[in-house]
Design a protein around this ligand. Structure first.
Ligand SMILES: [Zn+2]
Length: 300
């Protein structure tokens, strides 16, 4: 069942475009996670070998000592190695990082390749903005993907600052997504490359029937965003009227998603992905053959 807010949102073509792009970007973030994770795992192994067997840091060096020359041998060696894999190491702010955690897990390296003022609580590598930043700043990611990732980042940023999109902008977003998910190095990490490709195609066509949960999430977030925008607009000048007419809270559930986006296909015709098939519940932190819907460890 879709609530009235979802129904209203989907009646508007520009909002439908926005929603399709938003879901497609989120799904892309989940799908490329194995690629991000495995490259970082390779990097972690490489540095572990290079550094050799060293004692565990006992003093949280980066937190307690601004002078990096006083860091323990382990943190010092990891810092030196990571410096060499950063595409712009001068921007690193060592005391904002957690040096003692680097040897423990490859995903603890994400912070090194993120913007240094990024909120530590949002280092989820299945978030596309995190992944794209890490690809750019870490030299283990193939250079050929960087221009594609840059364009996708622009698309992602555009979506983050709007709630509606015209058809041309929508096509650009989908073009940029497809460029990345069709890149050979990324495709290699999909268990079933057709699955994400089909998902993206469905979203591009506006087939939103599979994405009821995502739609509800988006409508809630969008409502919040629009309320904030309306507040700002009201403060700056006169209210902008109907464009932002708020939907009453607690609106009754009326009508189903089928009324808005067409009939739901039968299970057999619904293709590779169903909302409950695991995509939505994708566990980013420990992908495996069982859990990672798209994941595949490369054969070593
Ligand atoms: Zn240390």
């Amino acid at each position: 069942m879709a609530n009235v807010q979802v129904k209203d949102m989907l009646k508007d073509e520009r909002k439908r475009n926005y929603v399709s792009c938003k879901i497609a970007l989120d799904k892309t973030g989940e799908a490329v996670l194995p690629f991000t994770e495995d490259k970082l795992k390779d990097l972690h192994q490489q540095i572990s070998l290079q550094v050799g067997n060293q004692p565990i840091c006992q003093q949280r060096c980066s937190k307690v000592m601004r002078d990096v020359n006083r860091w323990c041998i382990t943190c010092g060696l990891w810092k030196q190695a990571l410096f060499g894999f950063h595409t712009n190491p001068r921007e690193l702010v060592w005391h904002k990082l957690q040096s003692w955690d680097w040897p423990k897990h490859h995903m603890n390296l994400v912070e090194v390749f993120m913007l240094q003022n990024w909120d530590k609580a949002n280092m989820d590598a299945s978030d596309l903005s995190v992944a794209l930043t890490v690809w750019k700043k870490c030299s283990v990611f193939p250079a050929t993907i960087l221009p594609l990732a840059d364009k996708l980042r622009k698309s992602r940023n555009k979506i983050a600052h709007t709630t509606s999109l015209d058809e041309n902008d929508k096509q650009i977003v989908f073009y940029n997504i497809k460029q990345v998910i069709q890149h050979a190095d990324v495709v290699y990490y999909f268990q079933n490359p057709l699955e994400i490709q089909n998902l993206i195609t469905d979203l591009e066509k506006g087939d939103l029937f599979k994405f009821e949960n995502e739609l509800n999430d988006i409508v809630n977030n969008t409502h919040e965003l629009e309320k904030r925008l309306l507040t700002v607009a009201t403060k700056l000048k006169k209210p902008c009227g109907q464009q932002h007419s708020p939907v009453p809270s607690g609106s009754p559930i009326c009508g189903s998603i089928e009324e808005v986006v067409g009939p739901r296909p039968t299970a057999s015709a619904s293709g590779a992905c169903h909302p409950s098939s695991g995509l939505r519940h994708f566990k980013p932190s420990k992908h495996s053959h069982e859990e990672g819907h798209y994941s595949r460890h490369p054969v070593k």
